[in-house]
Design a protein around this ligand. Structure first.
Ligand code: S3P
Length: 180
């Protein structure tokens, strides 16, 4: 059993962090927060507009601020954006304040789930398959580094994945405020 006061989902775009997280939070009685949505509310602008006006680095600053604020609390399930693991401080914070589940997805699943998505700035540049491949190559080790648990989501619906992750968490995670 690994005690931690919050639960964090990491993984690439299209892994299902938000849809799985929402269902899982209900099951565990946790307060669900999508970190991107939180940033949008705080900023009063969409992720696309933030990227456009202050660039990716401006977005990352806001993303780190959101994570710090959210993980200072307890009993939250935070679905992070795919790039939240890039920052070493974010990774330290996640490990200190949460149990981290890495939801993995292969390229085919990502492409299928992301469909014609126009909301993610990183996917609006060039060949989306190549972009996702490059991001995965760089980020996969970071997801693994921060994770307490890894679960593949390929071939699972969000409901099926939430049930499976719920079972894994019941064995490995105990919610506690003692792990700060
Ligand atoms: C990003 C993923 C997005 C969002 C932003 C950047 C990334 O979140 O934070 O577009 O760097 O992979 P999702 O993983 O929820 O799509």
């Amino acid at each position: 059993m690994n005690p931690a006061p919050n639960l964090v989902l990491v993984g690439p775009m299209g892994a299902g962090k938000t849809s799985i997280g929402r269902r899982l939070a209900e099951r565990f009685g946790l307060d669900f927060v999508d970190a991107d949505h939180f940033v949008e509310q705080r900023t009063g602008a969409t992720i696309a507009a933030i990227f456009e006006h202050v660039g990716e680095s401006g977005f990352r600053e806001r993303e780190s601020g959101a994570l710090a604020e959210l993980l200072a609390g307890e009993g939250r399930l935070v679905a992070t954006g795919g790039g939240a693991v890039l920052d070493a401080g974010n990774r330290r914070l996640m490990r200190a304040r949460s149990f981290v589940a890495y939801l993995s997805a292969d390229l085919d699943s990502q492409l299928r789930r992301l469909g014609r998505d126009r909301t993610r700035p990183l996917l609006q540049r060039g060949d989306r398959e190549q972009v996702l491949r490059d991001l995965a190559e760089f980020r996969e080790p970071l997801y693994r580094e921060v994770a307490d648990l890894v679960m593949e989501t390929d071939h699972l619906t969000a409901s099926e994945a939430a049930v499976r992750l719920g079972m894994l968490l019941a064995e490995r995670w105990s919610m506690s405020g003692a792990a700060a």
